[in-house]
Design a protein. Structure first.
Ligand code: SAM
Length: 285
């Protein structure tokens, strides 16, 4: 089945009376080259478990089912369920769940299907839920090995940013704390049907077994990060001392900046993940 082939996909969708939903971010992949890159870079083999979010018509799912051990796909749109059942009927390593990824009990889905085994996350994500999904999976403490994701270019730029640049922010630090991001390829609008207004990027997040940054209090680290980037025009001292998320006085912050050999007028956005971790460790012992 060549679902990446628009001339095969469209008549099939029509035969089921399917209409694309804009609100569900439905832009289906129709580019074989991009599909191959996703598969090649996901390092899937017969021992791999895959959790897929938003399978659509099953274009990526089909390729995953051919190669992986077990695939569990979660799709919100009822109208796609018979289409997916039809397109993936030849596989017995495929489980389809008709639910909303933002509401489903993901812990249960993962333990029911993968037990304590590792899995990878694969998704051509609806743009409106990209960031919460990525962060929920990280923060859920799941045994996820890597994530291979199609995301909006602008979000990829924020994930893959360097300190001091305009794209560097809470998302860069939040993702970078848990994983090493790797840009796989660009996917311009013509790689999808219907064409989205924005360009996309395939990104791989290689999840660290153990974050390389030591933090003694994860909650306070993330509150520090939130404080820094919600007031990013201010100096680090002012954004932290005036933050509603943490309680820290100026003198203490200045003392710790001096200990770290940092300028007292520095803005928080200049600090690397390692420096933010060190600062939060000093402030919240
Ligand atoms: N993976 C397919 C592909 O690459 O052709 C479809 C990708 S399309 C960008 C996003 C898919 O996510 C759609 O099938 C859409 O119905 C589904 N989706 C949107 N919101 C969802 C949610 N909250 N939970 C689960 N699936 C969702």
């Amino acid at each position: 089945m060549k679902l990446y082939n628009k001339s095969e996909l469209m008549p099939l969708l029509e035969s089921f009376g399917f209409n694309f939903s804009k609100t569900l971010g439905q832009n289906f992949l129709i580019d074989k080259n991009i599909l191959d890159k996703i598969i090649d870079n996901s390092n899937i083999n017969k021992n791999t478990n895959v959790l897929e979010i938003g399978p659509g018509a099953g274009t990526l799912t089909y390729e995953l089912c051919k190669r992986a051990k077990k695939i569990v796909s979660i799709e919100i749109d009822n109208a796609l369920i018979p289409i997916l059942q039809h397109n993936l009927s030849e596989f017995n390593n495929f489980t389809l769940i008709n639910d909303d990824i933002m509401k489903i009990d993901l812990k249960k889905v993962i333990s029911d299907n993968f037990g304590s085994e590792k899995f990878i996350l694969a998704a051509n994500l609806p743009y409106y839920i990209t960031t919460p999904i990525i962060m929920n999976i990280f923060e859920g403490g799941f045994n996820v090995e890597s994530m291979i994701l199609m995301i909006q270019k602008e979000v990829a730029d924020r994930i893959y940013a360097s300190p001091g640049t305009k794209n560097y922010g809470a998302l860069t630090v939040g993702v970078g704390f848990y994983a090493r991001p790797e840009i796989i390829c660009q996917a311009p609008p013509h790689c999808f049907t219907p064409q989205p207004k924005v360009s996309s990027v395939v990104i791989k997040l290689n999840v660290y077994e153990k974050p390389p940054y030591y933090v003694n209090n994860k909650e306070m680290f993330f509150k520090t990060v939130k404080s820094v980037f919600s007031q990013r025009r201010k100096t680090l001292v002012n954004s932290l001392s005036g933050s509603p998320f943490i309680n820290c006085d100026k003198v203490k912050i200045e003392k710790n900046l001096k200990n770290m050999d940092l300028d007292l007028k520095i803005r928080g956005e200049k600090l690397s993940i390692e420096q933010l971790a060190e600062l939060s460790n000093q402030l919240f012992k």
